[in-house]
Ligand binder design. Sequence first.
Ligand SMILES: [Zn+2]
Ligand SMILES: [Zn+2]
Length: 332
Amino acid sequence: MTNAMAALSRRAALTPFTYEPGPLPANEVEIAVTHCGICHSDVHLVDDDWGLSRYPLVPGHEVVGEVAAAGAEVKGLSAGQRVGLGWQCGSCGVCALCKAGNEHLCGKSEATAVWHHGGFADRVRSDARFVIPLPAALSSETAAPLLCGGVTVFSPLHRLGAGPGTRVGVVGIGGLGHLALQFARALGCEVTAFSSNPGKEAEARSFGATRFLESSTKGLESARNSLDLLISTLHTPIDGPAALSALAARGTFCVVGASGKPIDLPAFSLIGGEKSVTGSAIGSPSTIRAMLDLAAAKGVAAVTESMPLARAEEGIQRVRNGRARYRVVLAM
Ligand SMILES: [Zn+2]
Ligand SMILES: [Zn+2]
């Protein structure tokens, strides 16, 4: 039996829940979970904000643990090995996107905590292709949030070729933003933090920012034409014209946080300077590997608050209310 914490209905408080997972499929790995981060998406799943939740719902998709069992066809993973598992736990494996190593874009992508029981549990299962060995240098607790939050901000830096001298801005210094600052610094970028909270300046600088500005319209406009890449992690609406004004010629505005409201993008703000707008969500297994290697080499680590699995509901409430500093991790 698997011992988990689950929401039994929409918006319900998490309560203990056990289930029998059945025989292990040949292509899957069962992970004995040691740590699981709480991502804002877990709150959206509990609340069914995206209309795709099924209950009982076991959240959790920032998993670190050890391989407990591997199916007969699984290669390259062995019992006891320390591994991570993020948002994605399956894809078709045969489409052009999967074959090109862009499994996260596959139309048949499956998610660890959607229609599967997730990582707020002592055990969780996944297609072995999405179970990634963890570099020894990473601590399990501070690495757990890298599996979703970390790769979400690393992926656009990686895809857009950010490196030494790239001028990167990060809007919103929370769970995602504090990792974005660290990855941008680890890649050698010049890093600007934008936050509505002046009290975060010292911490933002410790994460790698060399400039700290307000995330307001005024703050974004004060960065005029100075950024090659601006990543917004905000869950509140962002001023689109002001964000575009902060970009240098051929700069890119990348959205990884969603407010649910449209972003205003006037044509002339894009035409002058040939600016681009893109979005990003999670990353492929190969991007996750690259992200973990960089984190291990450069000491990128989430700032975490730890609590036991039994207090998962308290952790969900801290994330729901925006009080996590910066990422809550459940320890099993
Ligand atoms: Zn997530
Ligand atoms: Zn596919």
